[in-house]
Design a protein around this ligand. Sequence first.
Ligand SMILES: NC(=O)c1ccc[n+]([C@@H]2O[C@H](COP(=O)([O-])OP(=O)(O)OC[C@H]3O[C@@H](n4cnc5c(N)ncnc54)[C@H](O)[C@@H]3O)[C@@H](O)[C@H]2O)c1
Length: 449
Amino acid sequence: MSPSRYTTRRDFLKRLGGTAAGAGAPWLVPDSVFGANPPSNRVHVALIGCGNQSRVDLPAVLRYDDVQVTAVCDVNKGSHGYARPEHFLGREPARQKVEEHYAKKASSGSFKGCDAYADFRDVLARDDVDAVMIVLPDHWHALAACMAARRGKDVYCQKPLTLTVHDGRQMIEAVRRHGRILQTGSQYRSNPTVRHACELVRNGRVGKIERVFSIVSGAPVGPGPGWNPMPVPDGFDYEMWLGPAPNAPYHADRCLYRFRFNLDYSGGQVTNTGAHSNDIVQWALGTDDTAPVEFEDTGSVWPPEGHLYNTAVTTSFRARYASGAELVCQTQDPGFGVRFEGTEGWVQYAEGKVTTHPESLADSQIGPDEIRLPISTNHYRNFLDCVKSREEPIEPVEVGHRTATICHVGNIAMRLKRKLRWDPQEEQFLDDDQANGMLQRPYREPWQL
Ligand SMILES: NC(=O)c1ccc[n+]([C@@H]2O[C@H](COP(=O)([O-])OP(=O)(O)OC[C@H]3O[C@@H](n4cnc5c(N)ncnc54)[C@H](O)[C@@H]3O)[C@@H](O)[C@H]2O)c1
């Protein structure tokens, strides 16, 4: 693994010399803005994707004095076309937000020093960017993360980590080959309540696990057959939004936020909320290096042909782990949660709290000689600390890939409506060429992974 950018002052000075002609100059800012942190101790972060989730991810890193957000990037210049009109998003609003944040802390009351880009390759070309936060639609995750890793950047990549199983293998290869830190944006791993639920399961408090429920939301129904293409809004680079995905006419319901309901860009709720619930399942069962061996549809509902949203409206599949434990992934109220049923009781995490049967289990303490899961209480801080220490974050690339795999394989079983046998080691279906053909998507020219 290559060393941290923070390990030596010599390293910092080399960087400084190498980027004097570059776009940014993150060291030329008043000390008051970054507390006692000299530039050599700051993680210089670029935000790639300034949409819905960036409203959470950007403030989450801005609050740290040892972080400097030096660049933001989005194909959308202004605030056009987001799911809610009151959302003020896109690259220029994001840049403004960063500069206002730092200006409030500067003794002069003003700050300039965050650059806004339309093309993320320009961000990756900057030597003074240490880490990128990839908050893009899912069809961009693998490509942007692999390119970032090859340019020596550490990566915080939003969940679901991938669009396909094949993409996940490529991400692992790029991250490991280039010695990068990658944190999957599955923040429930940094939630102490979830950790407690998982430790109860891991330590056999409810006996042998027989069945697990992984609850996901239902999906909305989009524009029906005969929907009309719309003009591309000014300031929105639709070609770059599509990127490696198939060419398709613009419609507002295809893009911002709503991309999750079209299979060209995402997998629907099973990869959206399911990326969280299935991630908790994997953590509790201790199956981060594997997956269930059988998947079958149990009545998923899909929109009729011709709808712009073509992901499952109702998720419903069952999977079986080699241990015999059954995973039931389905759309159900309250739209998100997990429940572990064992031979001696159950543990549930939903609506922010743990409930159990017997009831007293919820407060049961985990002893010093029992299985303890790694502790992170803030997913972003955990990433930043690992960027500095070069230790593994709480959800590294391999783990994010395995969770995403369950979502993708479940989706394939629901689409094909038949029982599929999965080999978690080879990451292939057994005796099913059609299903294996769905593990990878062609990339539209000129994009290559
Ligand atoms: N961890 C969580 O709880 C959580 C919550 C919501 C969303 N997410 C994830 O965050 C990701 C983004 O979702 P969102 O809801 O913010 O979607 P969004 O559509 O609102 O935002 C994505 C942004 O990326 C921009 N973009 C698209 N292609 C680009 C490119 N090539 N270069 C630069 N910018 C580009 C879009 O213009 C848009 O502003 C998804 O993967 C989603 O699953 C995670």
